[in-house]
Design a binder for this molecule. Structure first.
Ligand SMILES: C[S@@+](CC[C@H](N)C(=O)[O-])C[C@H]1O[C@@H](n2cnc3c(N)ncnc32)[C@H](O)[C@@H]1O
Ligand SMILES: *[C@@H]1O[C@H](CO)[C@@H](O)[C@H](O)[C@H]1NC(C)=O
Ligand SMILES: *[C@@H]1O[C@H](CO)[C@@H](O)[C@H](O)[C@H]1NC(C)=O
Length: 444
């Protein structure tokens, strides 16, 4: 029980502090801890090993025990949340040298970083791909709780934050941060000082409003608290003129200050459905901007996100769906809603005489192959070279992205002979079970 009390008495600052007074015999060196200091401490406590200090880094940790017996018990444990445990010998017990070398390595890694993006784990690859297409290179991916922090190299960090906030596809899933990797600091107090200095430089006066955004998000409260009382600017939770950014990477705090993105402009566009952003993304990937003069067929159109995206780009649209269209979308010029299933629309002759430059299909069907069949059935109505965007919705999805890619592959294969330049994408705005194929109708 005494052990538990020792454990609870340890404050976080204590855990983080580098201690140099450790008796070597009571200290273990752990390589590659997979959890943070607090969790390491809980792990040993749960096995009855009394810990008095933990010094955890990404690549190593020192754990100091109350007695040799505790250290020995810890050494005998198997399958801890770290790769290997050794008694700290003289060579590796030089904590300051080890810590200094780790810090230097961390600084070298951060040197090229000019920005960051916080994204859900499931979206990290897709967001990185979209950012790469815009010239923002991902240098490293850090784990931050259930999220990921992409560390980026970008030419203009201020423009990056504004541009990413204004990107309708990214705005909903990603928090952009401007970060200067040249000047990492070691603790939250130094980070707050750094931010304060940057803000005073950038501020136009006491009425300049500042919003704080951080990775992890919970850090924002601490930074904000430390900035309270500043007179050169005013902290504001809502609309701001400047944004202060801080990200923690391993033990380094990386900071940046930028003009706040225009929130009016950055606010997610009001659309008939969130599916709007899927088609926007697919059209971006296809390199299609303008659709003026194009005639589009939208199968499974309700409530109307895809139809709206097509209209926004200048196309006229035949929207087929037994469901209702959003009223304001349905009332826009250039829309004709055929309120039937696609088979019925064809069989009833509703598409007679129609020839389309664009075919899109987002129908929810019994089987993904039905979407391919729907495209084939519309062949007489498609112009050669017509743009095709077709959602493959797996009806038996797997948990992993790679497995779902594999399950979608047979349907992509069926589409390849029909389309030129067929490419299958897992869109940022799509669920894990959905892939989107983009290509050009080959015609006959
Ligand atoms: C995910 S929703 C489409 C969302 C739409 N793309 C948007 O942007 O709002 C799927 C739609 O497929 C429609 N659907 C299912 N089977 C259909 C069929 N055989 N013919 C036409 N539409 C169908 C459903 O009525 C439903 O509205
Ligand atoms: C090790 O680092 C600590 C904290 O930075 C410092 O106080 C201490 O003097 C250093 N010890 C040695 C032997 O350099
Ligand atoms: C219909 O779509 C518009 C955008 O075109 C949107 O503002 C509105 O909220 C939608 N209506 C409904 C009922 O979802």
């Amino acid at each position: 029980m005494a052990c538990i009390r020792v454990v609870l008495a340890l404050s976080l600052t204590r855990i983080n502090a580098l201690s140099t007074t450790a008796a070597p015999t009571k200290t273990l060196f752990l390589a590659k801890p997979t959890v943070n200091a607090e969790a390491l401490l809980q792990h040993f406590a749960a096995h009855g090993c009394c810990v008095t200090d933990v010094d955890a880094h990404t690549r190593f940790a020192f754990v100091q025990f109350e007695s040799d017996a505790d250290a020995n018990r810890a050494l005998a444990l198997e399958n801890g949340p770290y790769r290997e445990a050794k008694r700290a010998h003289a060579s590796i017990n030089d904590r300051n040298a080890t810590a200094a070398a780790a810090w230097d390595a961390l600084c070298a890694k951060l040197r090229g970083v000019t920005a960051g993006a916080v994204v859900p784990r499931s979206h990290a690859d897709r967001v990185a791909a979209r950012l790469a297409a815009r010239g923002h290179e991902t240098l490293a991916v850090e784990q931050v709780g259930v999220e990921r922090l992409l560390l980026l190299r970008t030419r203009d960090p201020a423009a990056f934050a504004a541009e990413t906030s204004a990107d309708a596809v990214l705005a909903g899933v990603c928090v952009p941060l401007a970060l200067d990797g040249h000047k990492p600091v070691t603790d939250v107090a130094a980070a707050a000082d750094e931010i304060d200095e940057l803000l005073r430089d950038a501020s136009a006066g006491a009425s300049t409003r500042v919003r704080v955004r951080t990775s992890p998000p919970a850090l924002a409260a601490e930074i904000t608290r430390r900035l309270e009382g500043a007179t050169a600017y005013a902290l504001a939770p809502g609309q701001a003129d400047l944004e202060a950014h801080v990200a923690v990477v391993d033990r380094a705090y990386v900071c940046g200050v930028v003009a706040a993105p225009n929130r009016e402009q950055a606010r997610r566009k009001q659309v008939a459905s969130r599916a709007y952003f899927k088609l926007e993304e697919a059209l971006d990937l296809a390199g299609v901007e303008d659709l003026h003069g194009s005639h589009a067929l939208d199968l499974g159109a309700a409530p109307g996100g895809w139809t709206e995206s097509l209209l926004d780009r200048g196309a006229s649209v035949v929207a087929v769906d037994p469901g209702a269209l959003n009223e304001s979308v349905g009332a826009r010029p250039g829309v004709r809603h055929i309120q039937k299933k696609s088979q019925a629309a064809r069989n009833d002759g509703d598409l007679d005489g129609e020839r389309f430059d664009v075919f899109v299909c987002d129908m929810c069907l019994h089987e993904p192959g039905d979407a391919v069949a729907a495209l084939e059935a519309c062949a007489p109505h498609l112009k050669p070279g017509a743009l095709v965007v077709l959602a493959i919705k797996l009806t038996q999805p797997a948990k992993s992205t790679a497995l779902n890619d594999k399950r979608a592959e047979p349907y992509v294969e069926r589409l390849r002979p029909l389309l030129d330049g067929a490419a299958a994408h897992h869109l940022v705005a799509s669920r894990t079970r959905e892939r989107t194929v983009v290509g050009r109708w080959r015609g006959s």
